[in-house]
Design a binder for this molecule. Structure first.
Ligand SMILES: *[C@@H]1O[C@H](CO)[C@@H](O)[C@H](O)[C@H]1NC(C)=O
Ligand SMILES: *[C@@H]1O[C@H](CO)[C@@H](O)[C@H](O)[C@H]1NC(C)=O
Ligand SMILES: *[C@@H]1O[C@H](CO)[C@@H](O)[C@H](O)[C@H]1NC(C)=O
Ligand SMILES: *[C@@H]1O[C@H](CO)[C@@H](O)[C@H](O)[C@H]1NC(C)=O
Ligand SMILES: *[C@@H]1O[C@H](CO)[C@@H](O)[C@H](O)[C@H]1NC(C)=O
Ligand SMILES: *[C@@H]1O[C@H](CO)[C@@H](O)[C@H](O)[C@H]1NC(C)=O
Length: 471
């Protein structure tokens, strides 16, 4: 966050009751018909995103955003999502300013020697989805021929395979006829919740591994996961994507709240399967159905709204949810490329929504969460990383009309150079607790476990209830 804008905003808020946005004349100017203008705006927005990152400073931990709560606003997973956003930023714009730090971070947080994105430091908030967001970033690096790590370090494809290899054995038939649970450690709050995000991320990675490696085992897992999500009713016949249910109810206590991250990551995975199967009708219908429902639900008037928590009169989205719009724009961009029948429609929505996104930004590249009001919202309490990531993603993904992008994500037969290891991650022997647990750590862990319930999808539980109670 640009300190000047923040300070200015605070002083304005102190002065009077005028809405801060009305006072700010200086808005970010972007010509959406000009690649150079889009790139220049994206560069400003990226700089503001990286102002929230301190992992490159002395004494700080590489790769993470300040947190997790109560030490800072961000859970571990969100930095994984941020590096993925920055890999995409480089892929679409060519600006490699942040590549070296992204590479270092994605390698460091994999945690040697097993390298499966299950670092001991973050087990108290380690869900399958959290692990998977880092895995998706590594897989994107493989699909875009992002610079490969040194030979002595883990490779992008192998890192994604490690996530898959540690996750598929967690598929559990005893409850709900299959599916992954949300959390990984049994003691974490949410271990009893089998939710869409954990399974959508797993499907997303499986589909992309299938396409990258041409190993059909991954594709079978993607198919199985889709069937399970539909069977248990998390994907409805109308292609609404609901949040999850608990094992003690055999997953029949459906939490009906709809978050865009679920729909977005599923849609991307399903579109990749459409492409991998050379256009199989089953996957075409799923892609078309999810796309249609997603656009109708999350893009009223063509601009993205996180409807479950971004209400007309107030925003009650948490820090995690402030980053969701970016995943939607990035997933739509991939879908438009690998499922060309969707392209014309998607490009229209990406453009109108990005126009909204840009209208939330100040001239210095500080952006808001609400994209429909035409003004900066001053919502600094829940970010700024999520807001900046989302607008950065929206701007970057307008640039799909490039030869290398239109060829689609690379595979190991179309020039992808990342080395895989089908057995990656299998040295994993269970979750080791941090070596020396002090009393302070224990108290911290207890707090984190409680706070965890308000994290990512956990909040969705309470929020879902809150929303239905209030509306
Ligand atoms: C875990 O935390 C320790 C102590 O802050 C830090 O030195 C280490 O780099 C962290 N490891 C990871 C993977 O974040
Ligand atoms: C649990 O739900 C699955 C379908 O999701 C069903 O096949 C199974 O019979 C149910 N088990 C019980 C004990 O009701
Ligand atoms: C691609 O990956 C698959 C599965 O790992 C492997 O069998 C195949 O030989 C690879 N192809 C190329 C061209 O590297
Ligand atoms: C395909 O992937 C599965 C699952 O990881 C693995 O067991 C198998 O060895 C892979 N096959 C090849 C040819 O790499
Ligand atoms: C989705 O499908 C419905 C029913 O066919 C249609 O009315 C609507 O326009 C479609 N939405 C989009 C965004 O294409
Ligand atoms: C798969 O993606 C490529 C790259 O965008 C595209 O050229 C091809 O037509 C797609 N396949 C299908 C079946 O749509």
């Amino acid at each position: 966050m640009a300190p000047t804008a923040k300070a200015l905003l605070c002083s304005l808020l102190l002065v009077g009751s005028r809405a801060p946005a009305q006072v700010h004349a200086a808005k970010l100017e972007v010509n959406l018909d000009s690649k150079d203008s889009i790139k220049a705006a994206a560069k400003l927005v990226a700089a503001n995103l990286m102002a929230a990152y301190h992992g490159d400073e002395p004494g700080q931990t590489p790769g993470i955003l300040p947190g997790p709560p109560p030490n800072g606003p961000y859970y571990w997973w969100q930095a994984g999502a941020m590096w993925g956003t920055l890999v995409d930023y480089w892929y679409y714009t060519g600006d490699d300013t942040y590549n070296a730090e992204a590479l270092r971070s994605m390698v460091f947080q994999a945690e040697a020697p097993v390298n499966s994105y299950m670092p001991r430091n973050w087990t108290a908030s380690l869900g399958n989805d959290d692990q998977g967001f880092w895995g998706m970033a590594a897989l994107l690096a493989a699909e875009t021929n992002f610079e490969n790590p040194a030979a002595s370090q883990p490779q992008w494809l192998a890192l994604a395979q490690a996530v898959f290899n540690t996750q598929f054995p967690r598929w559990e038939m005893a409850d709900c006829n299959g599916g992954l649970r949300w959390q990984i450690p049994t003691i974490n709050g949410g271990y009893d919740y089998k939710n869409t995000i954990a399974n959508a991320v797993f499907l997303n990675i499986a589909a992309r591994l299938a396409r990258y490696t041409h190993n059909d085992t991954y594709a079978q897992w993607a198919d199985r996961t889709y069937d399970w999500l539909a069977g248990v009713g998390y994907i409805t016949e109308e292609f609404n994507v609901l949040d999850g249910g608990h094992v003690q109810h055999n997953c029949t206590d459906l939490n009906p709240v709809q978050f865009s991250a679920n729909a977005a990551l599923l849609m991307q995975g399903v579109a990749i399967m459409f492409n991998y199967t050379n256009g199989e009708e089953k996957w075409r219908a799923r892609t078309a159905g999810l796309l249609n429902r997603t656009l109708d639900h999350f893009f009223p008037d063509g601009i993205m709204v996180e409807r479950a928590c971004e209400l007309a009169d107030r925003v009650q989205c948490n820090v995690d949810q402030h980053s969701f719009k970016g995943y939607m724009h990035r997933s739509l961009a991939v879908t438009s490329v690998v499922a060309p029948f969707t392209r014309a429609t998607i490009l229209r929505y990406l453009r109108s929504s990005t126009a909204g996104a840009v209208s939330s930004c100040l001239s210095d590249g500080t952006c808001g969460f609400r994209w429909t009001t035409g003004d900066y919202d001053g919502d600094v309490a829940h970010g700024p990383a999520g807001q900046q990531m989302s607008v950065l993603a929206a701007l970057s993904t307008l640039l799909t009309d490039q030869e290398n992008v239109l060829k689609g994500p690379l595979t190991n037969q179309t020039g992808g150079t990342s080395q895989g290891d089908p057995n990656a991650g299998q040295k994993f022997q269970g979750l080791a607790p941090p070596k020396e647990v002090t009393a302070g750590d224990k108290a911290g862990a207890a707090i984190v476990t409680v706070v965890l319930l308000v994290s990512f999808v956990g909040s969705v539980l309470w929020m879902g209830m809150g929303v239905s109670e209030r509306s």
